[in-house]
Design a protein around this ligand. Structure first.
Ligand code: KIV
Length: 270
């Protein structure tokens, strides 16, 4: 059955979409009102990304966001969503280097927000955590390439895996995560030819962001694609709207209406 016809997108639906080459659409959302619009528009997957640290809380990196904050965002989203599969990022410091803590973090997200899956950044180095979370029956999405939680290791947000050694490790990691049982992989800011190779080689869906068109789906941060956030313009970003200007114009008009006593008018009062 076509994804557009299903009443609830599951990990199995995504797998079927890959098999019949139907592209997967994914966007972030962090709150009830936005998630409601995005879900009712027919998106396949909603990511409650730790990019909330940037676009919702104004942090420079994704590192400061806490597990409690992610659960708050995820449960707000879950109250709005009926159709999309909802995936929640495990925040920095809640899964790296300690698989028991990873499991407990994932369980908290699933129990307290009612989300459908979690996402973790990294390959071989987090495999034990991935295994342990999967063993509890929690679906896991992987994330390779530019992994923003490792910004202090990389030192920059430039395109990843342009050199042979890093590209080789990325392909190996993609296979490891697939064999471990991840249901999908985000590939962030890597050469399009590499993303295409990974997509061809692994059996699970790949979702690209800055990874070209030959992947199984695409993801963007909603604040970026709606043009709410004006400070971020990487090459891969397509802006579908200029909401920053639209909101600013509306707020300016409201302010002058208030100052000039044009609001409220007679019909807007009791
Ligand atoms: O946190 C996030 O929004 C993400 C996407 C950029 C994939 O991880």
């Amino acid at each position: 059955m076509k994804a557009s016809k299903v009443s609830k997108v599951t990990t199995h639906v995504l797998q079927e979409m890959k098999l019949r080459q139907e592209k997967i659409s994914m966007l972030t959302a962090y709150d009830y009102s936005m998630a409601r619009i995005v879900d009712r528009s027919g998106i396949d997957v909603i990511l409650v990304g730790d990019s909330a640290a940037n676009v919702m809380a104004g942090h420079k990196t994704t590192l400061p966001i806490t597990l409690n904050e992610m659960i708050y965002h995820a449960s707000s989203v879950m109250r709005a969503v009926s159709r999309a599969l909802v995936v929640v990022d495990l925040p920095f410091g809640t899964y790296q280097g300690n698989s028991r803590e990873a499991l407990l973090s994932a369980i908290r997200i699933m129990k307290e927000s009612n989300a459908n899956a979690v996402k973790l950044e990294g390959g071989k180095e987090i495999l034990e955590s991935v295994d342990r979370i999967l063993s509890a029956g929690i679906p896991v999405m992987g994330h390779l390439g530019l992994t923003p939680q490792s910004i202090n290791k990389f030192g920059t947000y430039v395109v990843r895996a342009t050199h042979e050694e890093e590209a080789k490790k990325l392909v190996e990691d993609a296979h490891l995560l697939t064999e471990a049982g991840c249901f999908a992989l985000v590939l962030e800011k890597i050469p399009a030819v590499l993303a295409e190779k990974v997509t061809r080689e692994i059996s699970i869906p790949t979702i690209g962001i800055g990874a070209g068109v030959q992947v199984d789906g695409q993801v963007l941060v909603i604040h970026d694609m709606l043009g709410i956030n004006q400070d971020f313009s990487p090459r891969f970003l397509r802006r579908y709207h200029n909401l920053y200007e639209e909101i600013k114009h509306s707020v300016e008009t409201y302010i002058s209406d208030v100052k000039d006593q044009k609001f409220p008018n007679e019909r807007e009062q009791y």
